[in-house]
Ligand binder design. Structure first.
Ligand SMILES: Cc1cc2nc3c(=O)[nH]c(=O)nc-3n(C[C@H](O)[C@H](O)[C@H](O)COP(=O)(O)O)c2cc1C
Length: 378
């Protein structure tokens, strides 16, 4: 995918089964996305790689949400897929009009999930994975989904504040075009293993023979959670033998990280960024800014622009200033952490004095004052 496209896709927090059906809160969150899509229907696109047009004054919007499911077996998988499809229908969309892709979480390390055989906990359970992949094959096109890509795609994960980014897709691959003719396609997000880093290699033949849009790999084991170094050797082994496009995920927090990963693994389909984008939501804009055709936006301006649109949204939805403050203040948690842990990093953009003022604000007006101080530093 074109490097200049900034954030190409946003993966939702996982949907899970509760009392024999998709959890209601998860469906409500997804429904909000669908309502947003409805409200913007004239100027957005919902399909990865599709062309789109904008009716507003700015550059076109790009809004590509991929729902994600977590399941311990094929039965749970089927329930979640069916409930997502039903929700689309209930919201008035044709099956292939929105959410053409569903991502399967085989990477979550949280003990609650992993110990019950979901997320990374499914990786040693080869039979369960096989059955899920059989379902995938039966629900998606039998055509090959393998493709080669040379440009890097950035995607966002689990940062629900980031809904749309500017950018245009300029290169498509045939496999993606073929996939779009069908109702559904699937992708997998996984770790190297739950206990051992070679569990993924045992699963690779199964994964290779299943039609998948891509596989996102976080090169740690589940029991490592977020500790320890990324295992690049194990990633390399998987990446070089995987027949699907591979997306890298893990510890990417800066432009130089993106560049280093892209250089080291030139056949990657893309890079998925979680905490790095929460710390610096402007990372994608910085990435865009490398390309001469793109307009230059300072990281802080981009961060403030995102902040302002979220604040605007909270003000519309919430009843009073205290609630708005409660919701919006945590926006700065990750950026502040990044600024404190990497004070020498030129991409750190928040002065300590202002972080403190934001943290200490006793009401919305004091908070807005602190944010204005930030604006003045641009
Ligand atoms: C609080 C939290 C919630 C997460 N929830 C999900 C999730 O629902 N689905 C998912 O695929 N990954 C989830 N992740 C993992 C991230 O998507 C990502 O794989 C992980 O943070 C490593 O990438 P990073 O180093 O870029 O953050 C979560 C991570 C955190 C810290």
């Amino acid at each position: 995918m074109a490097g200049e496209s900034g954030i190409a896709a946003y993966y939702t927090p996982f949907l899970r089964v509760e009392k024999g059906a998709a959890r209601e809160k998860d469906l409500r969150d997804l429904q909000q996305d669908l309502e947003f899509i409805k409200s913007q229907q004239s100027n957005i696109c919902h399909c990865e790689n599709a062309d789109y047009s904008s009716s507003d004054d700015e550059a076109p919007h790009f809004y590509n949400v991929v729902p994600q499911v977590i399941c311990k077996d094929a039965a749970e998988f089927r329930i979640l897929v069916d409930d997502i499809q039903k929700l689309k229908k209930d919201c008035g969309f044709a099956p292939d009009e929105v959410f053409p892709q569903i991502d399967i979480n085989m990477g979550c390390p949280f003990p609650m999930q992993a110990k019950s055989g979901r997320g990374s906990g499914i990786l040693p359970r080869v039979d369960a994975v096989r059955e899920i992949l059989q379902e995938v094959a039966s629900l998606s096109t039998p055509q090959q989904c393998h493709s080669e890509r040379s440009d890097i795609e950035l995607s966002a994960t689990c940062c629900p504040t980031i809904l749309s980014f500017k950018g245009a897709e300029s290169s498509t691959v045939k496999a993606d075009a073929d996939l779009r003719q069908h109702d559904l396609r699937f992708s997998v997000k996984m770790r190297l293993g739950y206990i051992a880093p070679d569990e993924c290699m045992t699963l690779l033949p199964l994964l290779n023979e299943t039609p998948l849009a891509h596989i996102t790999m976080h090169p740690r084991t589940g029991i490592q959670q977020y500790k320890g170094a990324l295992d690049f050797a194990a990633f390399e082994a998987f990446y070089s033998q995987c027949r699907h496009p591979v997306i890298f995920n893990g510890d990417v927090t800066s432009l130089s990280d993106i560049q280093a990963i892209a250089r080291r693994f030139p056949n990657l389909k893309g890079i998925m960024i979680g905490r790095g984008l929460l710390a610096n939501p402007a990372l994608a804009v910085q990435f865009q800014a490398q390309f001469p055709a793109q307009s230059q936006t300072s990281p802080l301006s981009a961060l403030l622009k995102i902040h302002d649109s979220i604040l605007d949204n909270y003000r519309k939805r919430l009843h009073n200033d205290a609630q708005v403050l409660d919701k919006i203040r945590p926006f700065w948690t990750y950026p502040a952490e990044a600024a404190q842990t990497q004070p020498q990093n030129s991409e750190s953009i928040l002065p300590k004095r202002i972080i403190k003022k934001i943290a200490k604000a006793r009401n919305l007006s004091e908070y807005l004052d602190a944010v204005d101080d930030l604006r003045d530093t641009i």
